[in-house]
Design a protein around this ligand. Sequence first.
Ligand SMILES: *[C@@H]1O[C@H](CO)[C@@H](O)[C@H](O)[C@H]1NC(C)=O
Ligand SMILES: *[C@@H]1O[C@H](CO)[C@@H](O)[C@H](O)[C@H]1NC(C)=O
Length: 311
Amino acid sequence: MAWLFLKVLLVGVSFLGCLYPLVDFCFSGETRAPKPNFVIILADDMGWGDLGANWAETKDTANLDQMAAEGMRFVDFHAAASTCSPSRAALLTGRLGLRNGVTHNFAVTSVGGLPLNETTLAEVLKQAGYVTGMIGKWHLGHHSSYHPNFRGFDYYFGIPYSHDMGCTDSPGYNLPPCPACPRGEGPSRSPDRDCYTDVALPLYENLRIVEQPVNLSGLAHRYAEKATQFIQRASASGRPFLLYVGLAHMHVPLTRTQLSADPQGRAPYAAGLREMDGLVGQIKDGADRTAKGNTFLWFTVIVFRRAGGSL
Ligand SMILES: *[C@@H]1O[C@H](CO)[C@@H](O)[C@H](O)[C@H]1NC(C)=O
Ligand SMILES: *[C@@H]1O[C@H](CO)[C@@H](O)[C@H](O)[C@H]1NC(C)=O
């Protein structure tokens, strides 16, 4: 187990690995030590200064700042890649893209995914008796055997790839803004080449599409609910668990959930940060309620956002 855990720490990582500790576990190799639970939260396209713990002027990340203050920080970790699919593939396999075969992002039209001969962390932990769940953005292939339910995850709730790869209801905030999914018989192609409208973005629960197009407003809330449920059920089962949460935050389009409710009229980006931080806080609360003392909660980020752009 120690070996496995260290391997994870060494690969998936980024400018800030924040490991929220849970005290009474040690890697002594004692066979009678309880198996720890793992919650891995991966954020997308965040900047260094987006975190109050790194940049005092940022006031939007209270939960993460608290985790950084109470937990262990890894400030010189590096993601294996600065793009969606390769960073996720490396995180889950412990292998760089050149070895695991994922060096580029998968597209809506991709028929493949993370090569099937690769072993994921979820598969390894499942074999060790873990209940395994994935919530959020997968982006490692969405057809047939590439789906998360066939890559070691007992439970999956989320979107198969980035949320800018398909139209949504309601569309998120972006520049230029994208329209909602076309209705009726009208022309389906958006005049703007940055907006994909051919395939509406689906939301999956396990193998089933539960909503298409997905409603981006409220998606973070649903993720929090599903994550909490997963943690509760896994804890009740008496088995250790792995929960991997792939956030779409802070990748554009940003959700509009909190914009109108924000009394200061804050910028959409700050509202998105708050939404993400709130989601992380809810997941941490869920773990604290049911599995405190034996859970490692790890928050990490795949990439610094380039000025004015996204990856
Ligand atoms: C999977 O197959 C590819 C192509 O043969 C190879 O490069 C890769 O190393 C294999 N992966 C594993 C884990 O054996
Ligand atoms: C999307 O969800 C939000 C809040 O969850 C709701 O207010 C809105 O009406 C929904 N939009 C559509 C198109 O269903």
